[in-house]
Design a protein around this ligand. Structure first.
Ligand SMILES: [Zn+2]
Length: 388
């Protein structure tokens, strides 16, 4: 089955951007009927329902959860695309085979309060991905109880990463980053890590056809209280997928499709049996680097105290939906000033040695809002470019 080809027919149209509401999740799960078992598996601190959606009748368990960090919704959208595929293609040999052999459990939006507040943490400001040991948050207990009950063969922890990440030494965005987490300080290997690394290599191969060069590897530094690290410590195989940016894709809809492609590929490989054949290929996936800015202004002249010099600005956006979740409100900041020749902008402007002017002064300070003029013609208004 060519997942890529049929994507447009299964893409969940109720979700068209990152601003996924809990009410949309509720409405979507209420429509999932005969092909799935939907359960309310608990509630968030503020009483919002957390759902699990089961597909298949088999004995082998796989579990995936998204939005453990509330403002990281890309994979939630991909989960509903995959569910639509399962429904519409249930008679195909591939999907009916998965249904016979596996029980695949999805938990979309594990942290609905964080999603509402558009923040990583839950309503008590707890980071659920640093709560794997103490489990002080109710949402952590909901997830861990389910994992213990299912004893999954593979688990997938689905996140988003900031726009700052590119792939290795390239100018490619880290649209997807993978991690097989460490289970100790020395980043030891064991057979579970080898299997997850090999599986990631196969997912990477299918992604290279869709987003060539845009796959990175996340640091495997050991985090003693993180989810993946503790899953590996306890003998559960886990794969972390971090959704990142792609050029000209602020709503991460290309990244959403990349999740769909990678996760379906994983299901196919797991159903055939994961070998350690591709473990070493994992190490050939370049590490993430931090060389991206949302906007770079190059060759802009700043002036102070008779010193006049040409610099670059690195500008980042901080975004949050408005209260109706109808629009992303952007806050832009100048985060770096100087020679940024080693950095890449998702968008770039060459100021061609024209002088900076923010109406008050002819030089910028770090963290100031990106409101200024470049020469006479270009206006930057809170990071948005317009020409007069
Ligand atoms: Zn995250």
């Amino acid at each position: 089955m060519d997942f890529n080809k049929i994507y447009q027919t299964v893409k969940e149209e109720e979700i068209s951007n990152r601003m996924v509401k809990h009410s949309t999740i509720k409405s979507l799960v209420s429509k999932l009927q005969s092909d799935f078992k939907v359960r309310e598996i608990g509630q968030s601190v503020l009483g919002k329902e957390i759902f699990s959606i089961e597909f298949g009748e088999g004995k082998r368990n796989i579990i995936l959860w998204s939005q453990m960090h509330g403002n990281e919704s890309t994979a939630t959208a991909a989960i509903f695309d995959i569910l639509n595929l399962f429904s519409s293609q249930k008679k195909s040999s591939l999907i009916s085979g998965l249904s016979r052999d596996f029980k695949i459990t999805f938990v979309p939006m594990l942290n609905p309060d964080g999603a509402k507040n558009w923040t990583r943490v839950n309503a008590l400001n707890i980071d659920l991905n640093r709560d794997a040991v103490a489990k002080v948050a109710p949402e952590s207990n909901i997830l861990w109880n389910l994992i213990e009950k299912l004893n999954p063969e593979y688990s997938f922890n689905l996140h988003d990463q900031r726009n700052i990440f590119n792939v290795g030494n390239t100018n490619k965005t880290a649209t997807i980053s993978f991690l097989s987490a460490s289970f100790d300080e020395t980043r030891s290997m064991n057979s579970d890590r080898e299997l997850t690394m090999s599986l990631i290599s196969e997912m990477n191969k299918s992604l290279q056809e869709f987003i060539p060069g845009c796959v990175g590897r996340y640091t495997d530094e050991f985090y003693p209280t993180a989810t993946g690290d503790n899953l590996h410590k306890l003998g559960y195989k886990n794969i972390l997928i971090e959704s990142g940016t792609y050029m000209k894709d602020p709503e991460r809809q290309v990244t959403r499709k990349a999740n769909y492609i990678a996760i379906l590929k994983a299901f196919v490989v797991i159903s055939k049996g994961v070998s350690t054949k591709y473990t070493k290929d994992y190490l050939n996936i370049p590490n993430n680097s931090k060389k991206l800015y949302d906007l770079i202004i190059r060759n802009i002249v700043v002036e102070l105290n008779d010193v006049k010099t040409s610099v670059d600005f690195g500008i980042m956006y901080n975004e949050k939906p408005n209260e109706y979740y109808s629009e992303m409100i952007k806050h832009s900041k100048i985060e770096n000033i100087g020679d940024l020749s080693q950095f890449i902008g998702l968008e770039e402007i060459d100021a061609k040695q024209t002088v900076f002017n923010d109406g008050v002064k002819k030089y910028a300070v770090l963290n100031q809002v990106a409101n200024f003029k470049i020469g006479e013609n270009i206006i930057i208004q809170n990071g948005e470019i317009s020409k007069s």
